[in-house]
Structure formats: structure tokens, C-alpha cells
Write a protein of this length. Sequence first.
Length: 78
Amino acid sequence: MIGRLSGEKVIGIKQTSKALKNKLGKKLYVAKDADLKLVEPIIELAKSNSLQIVYVETMKELGSLCAIKVSAATALIL
């Protein structure tokens, strides 16, 4: 079980993608139920940056881990 994601982070596909393109980030969180077409490019960017990727069961769970009241497909710890 993962606890709340602490520290500086970006949440969501657009913000995560932007940060990864700028070579930022330490650990990527991806919801397993997110649309594969949307998260696949982000996963590839994370792999090319040699980041650890953690998969979370649902988008709702990832949103809760980020302490937001909506679902999230991705989150990146900076």
C-alpha cells in the first residue's frame, strides 16, 4: 500500500508530460485504468529518463494519494 504522495509533484497528463520533457522528476505514478493511448507516451518518456514507474490500481486511488478530490491518470514526484 502506498501512502500519500508527499513533496513537490505535478498531477495530470499535461503537467506530467511537460515536466518529463524538461527532464524533471524522480518517480512516476500511473493509474492502471487510465487510457493507454494517453499514458503510453508518458511512460516512454519516463523510461527514457530512467525514472522509477509505480502503477496504482485506479485513477480515483491516485487522486486520493495526491490529496485531490478528482481522479488522476498520472502524477510525477519532482
